[in-house]
Design a protein around this ligand. Sequence first.
Ligand code: AHR
Length: 634
Amino acid sequence: ELSVNLSKTIAPIQPTMYGIFFEDINFAADGGLYAEMIKNRSFEFDNPFMGWLQPKSDRHSLNSNSGIATAIKYTGNPTNTTYCRIKVNNDAGYQLINEGFRGMGIKKDAAYNLYVSAAKPSGNIKTIIFQFIDESGNVLGETKIAPTTADWKDYTVQISATKTEAKAKIKITFEGTGDIDLDMISLFPVDTWQGRKNGLRKDIVQLLYDMKPGFLRFPGGCIVEGRTLEQRYQWKKTVGAVEDREILINRWNTEFDHKLTPDYFQTFGLGFFEYFLLSEDIGAEALPILSCGMACQFNTGELVPLEELDPYVQDALDLIEFANGDITTHWGKLRADMGHPKPFNLKYIGVGNEQWGSAYIERYKVFEKAIKSKYPNMIIVSGSGPFPEGDYFEYGWEELKKLNAEIVDEHYYKSPQWFKDNATRYDAYDRKGPKIFAGEYAAQSVAIASPKNKNTWECALSEAAFITGLERNAEVVHLTSYAPLMAHAEGWQWTPDMIWFNNLDVYGTANYEVQKLYATNKGTDLLSITNKGIDVTGQNDLYATASKDIKNKTVIIKLVNTSAKTQDVVVNLLGKKVSSKGTIIILTSENLTDENSFETPNKISPKKADFKLKGKRASVSLQPNSFTILKLKL
Ligand code: AHR
């Protein structure tokens, strides 16, 4: 028998309690959320023709009898240094193909916007034809442009797909002879999220939106830090005109599988402005994380000397101005020029990702002083390093406590057993110390980031058990997020991931369902739920947390049964009258090894039913290996 005291609130549950952590890993941005379909649209990759091929060619040469494609390096634009010159020799019709990101997903009758910059320096190329083709070369839709000027000119046309195809490509054919220059060949579905140009994949954003996340942390992860300082994420290079955003090799390029992702670059078409917009769209607080002058300590660990840290600190101050400054400020004006005159109302900023040691603390202090003196209300998130153990972890925490750090980010990628055992992790945390951001966590079915890891029901259930501990400690735990967020089924470096997609479809894993259930049923105030006065933290394989939602006048009880047997539980609702009718939501699956998939995306998904209360007693049979939520009206 469990008891919930309805009249005593323990702590508020922060609106930020359950959020999302976005990193451009696993093709999450280019090739994923960012709806661009052309790979290497601006010929700026290290190999300017990566992603581009010729029909039936050996892929190493874009030359043929009918023409030659050459990468032209020029100094006219320091951040867009290459374009493609095609010399068409004869009327055979020179052809180029873009392979997309593991192909292009096109849907029957859907329309696609094609943008291209072209110049016609000499000769007489009459038409450029753009065609969707399938693997056998069948045409699945086409459009054309007639280039008119010797100078660069932008063209926009639409193509409709005549068939649904997961592995389409785009073929470009030139009619006439002579020279033609091409740059920024870009293709987007018309139907992006909110119908935006340079937009995001609607189906993927929908899954994020449905979670009602409290915050969006971006842009990573290790990509914030870079393998080298030179390759760190620099937000200023990701705003302004899309074609002027300087491309960077992704830190996850070829990391775990040298064959899978040698073509992983960041075009930054999805840059900081777009991240702020996304946060706003999905009702999440923006939580940008910036480089603190330390490259990834798992790679080079390069450090900026303290006396040269100013530009890094300035980036943080300027970012706050970009987000919140009015249009009379330099960076606030850029935001307005980009289409958002109103401030984004940024409240949080993260200093460094997963850094550790005295080098971090020294740099953190400099950032903290500068940010707080200019923006005293900005809440700063600091890091505790990777994985919660070891001397460096203790050291970081001690130092951050001395500095009165506000929020400390902890990361854990551990076994399902660890998650169950750690449901009490925050029970003894200092209530007056820094607040917790459980910024990256995920149960690993095999080993950390093993390519064999699966998003099993066992992993998701162990996370559900662990999260009862996060919620029971809402007094100190203010933000939490699963990681990584998403992965392309044919181009990933890390498993497990919360959302999987290919070029046509997307599905949420069992872990996604757990996150969504918590995020959409969090309540506003924490209540106690105990068994004979003791918190329910895994005794008899049972975990529990309770809250109330003062806006919806609801009491929410979450129960996780990690045993293979049904458990009959009675919850006594003390202190206030509760309506006899409620709702029960159950998430479970027959086998612990079960997973959602493209074929069965809803295999593990919540089932809802009416629930009846007898007096003040809620009797519930908890199914084996299940996560159950009771919602009762106050
Ligand atoms: O989520 C994958 C990686 O794990 C992140 O980039 C990093 O912060 C952590 O080590």
